[in-house]
Design a protein around this ligand. Structure first.
Ligand code: GDP
Length: 304
């Protein structure tokens, strides 16, 4: 299926290395754990998460009195899933927090090039398929071509795009987006925003202004603030997440381009270290290449 296809690179690299490790070591000893640690770090699982995991594994191996490396395979996948769900707020498959029968607003944030516009297009398609009426607001008035790109997605998916001219005030675009979505009785408004990180303070001020407009117009909105991160950027994505987390209440992550990396372990690091749920993963450039994130399927997919 799509999920497996999209993760082929990570799976190929990860399960290959684990198999190799298990073949090389008959006994589960200190060296075995050291090599495993390296494999996990090279898959971008993240240092802190790897340390947690190795500690847990060692305890479990002791508890179950495991001697044979072959037996440890199952324990590794179990612990990977546990690490992901370690946070009690984690759900099996993360759902978007949308209101039934009234307008919900989803604000997208993230730096340029991570796949924000593409993700909005894909999500618009997904929600439309579910029978929801969707409106898009072209709040990235800064990046050249961003408005046109969103319009192309709008046409492709068959949803209306609210826009102003390039360089105009994003908060004004979002305000118009909200009014349009209300008057069309839309179910969901998806808002694009700029992602220039060269001037962090300006960008964060702009995002707060946009958020305030939404809050003022619709009590309880935005219902989701989704941070889009590019899985191929590894630890860079982690530091972006920290920056945005400080500036705004991020409610979920969309991790894009998982199809383009062997380092899919970043998903576990995000959940374990930042405590933000991964709501969707991007597994390609097409309209249908956005999947809800399911940690168990993800981890077990790595080993199959
Ligand atoms: P933005 O600047 O954040 O709005 O980024 P764009 O939406 O323009 O995406 C940047 C590039 O990444 C485009 O070429 C997209 O087609 C590509 N892209 C986005 N998501 C994915 C994904 O999940 N997989 C792959 N392979 N490419 C993606």
């Amino acid at each position: 299926d799509k999920y497996k296809e999209g993760l082929a690179k990570t799976r190929g690299s990860f399960s290959g290395k684990i198999n190799d490790l298990i073949a090389r070591y008959r006994k589960v000893d200190e060296d075995f754990f050291e090599d495993l640690e390296e494999i996990l770090i090279s898959a971008d699982v993240g240092m802190a998460t790897v340390m947690d995991l190795i500690d847990e594994l060692k305890m479990e191996v002791k508890r179950q009195n495991i001697k044979d490396s072959e037996q440890v395979r199952e324990v590794i996948s179990e612990k990977l899933v546990e690490i992901y769900y370690g946070d009690e707020t984690a759900q099996e498959v993360e759902q978007l927090n949308l209101k039934d029968g009234e307008l919900s607003v989803v604000l997208f944030v993230g730096v340029n090039g991570v796949g924000k516009t593409t993700t909005i297009g894909k999500l618009a398609h997904k929600l439309t398929q579910e029978g929801k009426k969707v409106v898009l607001a072209a709040g990235d008035t800064f990046r050249a071509g961003a408005i046109e790109q969103l319009e192309i997605w709008g046409e492709r998916v068959g949803v209306e795009v609210i826009k102003h001219s390039a360089g105009s005030d994003p908060a004004a675009v979002i305000y118009d987006g909200v009014q349009a979505a209300k008057s069309r009785q839309a179910d969901v408004l998806l808002c694009d925003t700029a992602g220039r990180l060269q001037n962090k303070v300006n960008l964060m001020n702009e995002l707060s202004k946009v958020k305030r407009v939404i809050e003022r117009e619709i009590p309880g909105a935005p219902h989701e603030v989704l941070l889009v991160l590019d899985a191929t950027t590894g630890q860079n994505a982690m530091s972006q997440a920290k920056t945005f987390q400080e500036a705004t209440d991020v409610t979920g992550i969309v991790l894009t381009k998982l199809d383009g990396t062997a380092k899919g372990g970043i998903v576990l690091a995000i959940r374990n270290e930042l405590h933000i749920p991964v709501k969707f993963v991007g597994l390609g450039e097409k309209m249908t290449d956005l999947q809800s994130f399911d940690a168990q399927a993800f981890v077990y997919g790595l080993f199959s």
